[in-house]
Design a protein around this ligand. Sequence first.
Ligand SMILES: [Zn+2]
Length: 254
Amino acid sequence: MKPAEILKRLVQLSHELGREDRQLAILGEGNVSADLADRTFYVKASGSQLAAIDAGGFTRVHAKPIFEALDHPNKTDDEVRKVLEACRVDKKAGLPSVETFLHAICLREGGAKWVGHTHPVSVLKILCSKPGAEPFRRHIFPDAIVVCGRHPAVVPYVDPGIRLAVALRKSLRRFMARHGVAPKVILMVNHGPVVLGQTEREVLNVMLMLDKWASILAGNYAAGGPEFLEKKNADRIENRPDEHYRRRAIGGLK
Ligand SMILES: [Zn+2]
């Protein structure tokens, strides 16, 4: 896919995620990125609004200086800003989001082609509550397993920016060592979800299903607590061949 087409789809994905009625992100919240397969990627520029963004709201960045900075993450805010300025392919482009570090990790180590991060009201109702991400470690209905994956990765609360990216990388590596695959959903406690997709449609679908899942969970807790699926039933959904087919069809994957 040509960079111009990827940029067009990033704008569309941003508008879908930023839709006011969906309550996934308001104002400058959230960010998206897409890999360009040449060691550069597009990421939302700092301060752009998902709902109203156009192509000028994205910045193309080199991955190399981002990963070099991640090797020495104890940086001052000024030093981080210098890295974000220096990594731009076009030095006149807007400053990339402070979450550029996190996107770089999801695109390279998480094997994603597209990444979306939002602050959904529904998901934060759970993630900012006493149990944090725990309610998402089990399942309550089959389609959440099909679309969002059997297990999410979880990151404890860390100050957004380069330190959060380092914590996310640690969780991602642990998850991949344990499960042998990358997660589709990474839940950052007291912050919000990151979705890793192979297509832009998959990022949107996973985010919408996660939003629905979280809304139902919140209702479950209000109605006496969730009735979780038994582990063997959740594992069965994960491994059914027809569900594999359905998952690929839903994700827009051939
Ligand atoms: Zn955020």
